[in-house]
Design a binder for this molecule. Structure first.
Ligand SMILES: [Ca+2]
Ligand SMILES: [Ca+2]
Length: 271
């Protein structure tokens, strides 16, 4: 009996304490913490003493598109502050804007790489959708800017990954309101492909370039002692490039790669 009484007493002592503990799910929040009170002090200079920058605040930017990634607003600011600016006339007004390519290593898949443009204070960005971006290998990075599609302004070509010898890029375009990743219908019937390959070895060679007012996506693969070449032609309309037929041929590697799109870097002849 004595033991039961002791147990009951102990329970009565412990139980009232349980709800108080349950409220503190985060053990770091128990006890006094000087950190929160110090944060405003460290944040008070010099950023909070500067004029607010409306362009960097999505809520105060009229017409700004919704973000696709939870870390996109922060990535925009980090890109403008930290990344190397490269000039490009992205809005097509004749003057250059600052283009940034930025990696947030803490982002989730599809929200790690960002392409950011500072349009004279109005910042626009697009996440790199390629799911396996590896910042540890330097991706994403800027490949080039080139006038590719039917919209005013230059497109931004971004390196997203590389294989043993093939490299891959994604393309970004500004439609006057948003920065968008280009998608296209590829030769596998994948209508949402956003990645273009180029380069390669004797086992598989790819190339992409402009040909007149079309984009040509070419792939050469071994077929016996020769190579089968597929040249797929795209009408580069805005951010959704439409397949408009293809051309197939067979020849030596030298012959199939004598096509102009194999001569240089991606989109080299787009003007
Ligand atoms: Ca411009
Ligand atoms: Ca364009």
């Amino acid at each position: 009996m004595t033991i039961r009484i002791h147990v009951a007493v102990v329970l009565l002592i412990i139980l009232p304490a349980v709800p108080a503990c349950a409220r503190d799910e985060n053990p770091e929040s128990t006890g006094p913490s000087p950190v929160p009170s110090e944060v405003p002090v460290s944040m008070a200079n010099p950023a909070t003493t500067l004029e607010p920058t409306p362009a960097l605040s999505p809520a105060s930017t009229p017409g700004a598109p919704d973000f696709e990634c939870p870390n996109q607003a922060e990535a925009e600011m980090s890109a403008v502050e930290q990344a190397k600016a490269v000039p490009g006339d992205i809005d097509g007004d004749g003057g250059p804007e600052s283009v940034f390519v930025f990696a947030d290593e803490g982002g989730s898949s599809g929200c790690i790489g960002f392409v950011v443009v500072d349009l004279e204070g109005e910042v626009r960005s697009a996440p790199v959708s390629y799911p396996d971006i590896d910042p540890g290998f330097g991706f994403p990075s800027l490949n080039s800017v080139a006038s590719i599609n039917d919209l005013e302004g230059e497109e931004i070509v971004v390196n997203v990954t590389s294989g043993a010898s093939t490299q891959f890029v994604s393309v970004y375009t500004f439609d006057g309101t948003q920065l968008l990743e280009v998608a296209y219908e590829n030769s596998f019937g994948d209508e949402a492909a956003g990645v273009f390959g180029f380069g390669g070895s004797v086992g598989h060679v790819e190339a992409i370039d402009c040909l007149a007012d079309r984009v040509v996506v070419s792939t050469a693969t071994p077929k016996g002692r020769r190579y089968a070449l597929i040249r797929r032609f795209l009408d580069p309309r805005g951010a959704a490039w439409v397949a408009e037929g293809e051309e197939r041929s067979i020849g030596s590697l030298r012959r199939v790669t004598s096509k102009p799109e194999f001569a240089g870097s991606p989109f080299l002849n787009c003007t």
